[in-house]
Ligand binder design. Structure first.
Ligand code: C2E
Ligand code: MG
Ligand code: MG
Length: 388
């Protein structure tokens, strides 16, 4: 990274950006420069101890967190700060800036509005991330990406009514990489468009094959990431997947999270309606971990809620989680939504869910997500036992 030209900052300097122009920092001695549209470097040569940098970071965060009003609209900003300290984190400006940048990326991944000091551990993680990103570009072509299928089960009669498609990356060197690690990388690098389209297409095709093979009128649920949901081409990708697979839209369930829907509620309503009008089902994944606003459940054209596994984990013993789960189910039913419990691992959890009229469940108690051949074998076995 080229060394930016540093400008002397007078005490109480203002950032030049119009949006954050009301932010006043009172550095006693320091330089700041804009290194790209919304990124700034602050250089403080006279800190006595590392903690001084922490204090500056805290002041910047709290200053930026205050809402400002532009054209009668209240604007909220989030910021992420990375800190590198001379000489431990670098003995020249280029290295210090590079390491502060790595720490800033880490702060962003931690959920923003926070600061992060550079460390060797962060550096190692950043290098792994970079290497995974490079290799993710070739992973689909190399056949390293696959879908596993976790059965969705009807609670009252134990029948498999469908499956959730969950992406897997079997890396030639690192082994299985969990989706929680590579999906965010795919999102940041834009690769999620390709991966997401591949998942929709593959899952729809498999579901049609199972149906045509006499395995039942199964549904397939596909997770859609926030980037995919925001991108214009999603509707076309869904339509192409259904057409190519010759799958009836009512068998495809799109899973979205609360935070994705709530990030921009007005646009979300329009996008969700468009998906609904195609005949698909819409499901809210990880329900209870985000906004959990009752008003959006009413406003959006949803079909299903998936109660997050964090609530299921300690039921029936944890009275709070048991009460929350039972209330979510009652509420969802009163709004005409069906409820899926995620992460069911024990008979006691399943019994409790049965008693509070949960509709469906997924979890290791019934089956882990399985490679396609194993999922098909499980379906065949179940069909044989039920005489189907
Ligand atoms: P999710 O959609 O909420 O998926 C449920 C996660 O819970 C899966 O983790 C599944 O393997 C795990 N799980 C299922 N039953 C149990 C259980 O009984 N106990 C426990 N402890 N865990 C259980 P997985 O496969 O690691 O996926 C994690 C997340 O990655 C998913 O959460 C989803 O948000 C994302 N993801 C997975 N595949 C895709 C994909 O194709 N596209 C997108 N955008 N995201 C995906
Ligand atoms: Mg899901
Ligand atoms: Mg979930």
């Amino acid at each position: 990274m080229p060394t930016p030209e540093l400008q002397k900052v007078t005490p109480g300097f203002r950032f030049a950006s119009s949006i954050i122009s009301r932010t006043v920092l009172t550095l006693t001695d320091g330089w700041a420069t804009s290194i790209s549209g919304d990124e700034f470097t602050i250089f403080i040569p006279l800190i006595e101890k590392t903690d001084n940098a922490r204090q500056v970071a805290t002041r910047i965060l709290s200053s930026l967190a205050k809402p400002c009003t532009i054209a009668n609209q209240e604007i909220f900003l989030t910021s992420s700060i990375g800190i590198a300290v001379f000489p431990d984190d670098g003995e020249d400006l280029d290295t210090l800036i590079k390491h502060a940048d790595i720490a800033m990326s880490h702060a962003k991944q931690q959920g923003k509005n926070t600061y992060q000091f550079y460390s060797a551990e962060i550096n190692a993680r950043s290098e792994r991330r970079l290497s995974l990103e490079t290799q993710l570009h070739k992973a689909v072509a190399r056949g390293e990406i696959s879908l596993h299928y976790q059965p969705k089960v009807n609670i009252s009669n134990g029948a498999i009514i469908g499956a959730e498609a969950l992406m897997r990356w079997n890396h030639s060197e690192f082994g299985m990489i969990p989706p929680l690690e590579f999906i965010p990388i795919a999102e940041d690098s834009g690769l999620i468009t390709e991966l997401g389209a591949w998942a929709l297409h593959t899952a729809s095709t498999r579901c049609k094959q199972w149906q045509a093979g006499g395995l039942g009128a199964l549904c397939i649920s596909v997770n859609v990431s926030s980037q995919q949901f925001r991108q214009d081409g999603l509707i076309r990708i869904i339509r192409d997947s259904l057409t190519q697979a010759k799958l009836d839209p009512r068998y495809l369930v799109i899973e979205l999270t609360e935070s994705m829907i709530m990030a921009n509620p007005t646009e979300s309503v329009a996008a969700l309606r468009e998906i609904k009008e195609m005949g698909l089902k819409l499901s809210v994944d990880d329900f209870g971990t985000g906004y959990s606003s009752l008003s959006y459940l009413k406003r959006f054209p949803l079909d299903e809620l998936k109660v997050d596994c964090s609530f299921i984990k300690d039921i029936p013993d944890d009275a709070d989680d048991a009460a929350i789960t039972a209330t979510i189910i009652t509420l969802a039913h009163s709004l005409g939504l069906s409820v899926v419990a995620e992460g069911v691992e024990t008979e006691a959890q399943l019994q409790f869910l049965k008693n509070v009229y949960c509709d469906e469940f997924q979890g290791y108690y019934f089956s882990k997500p399985l490679p396609e051949a194993e999922f098909v074998a499980l379906l065949q076995d179940k069909n044989k036992k039920s005489g189907g």
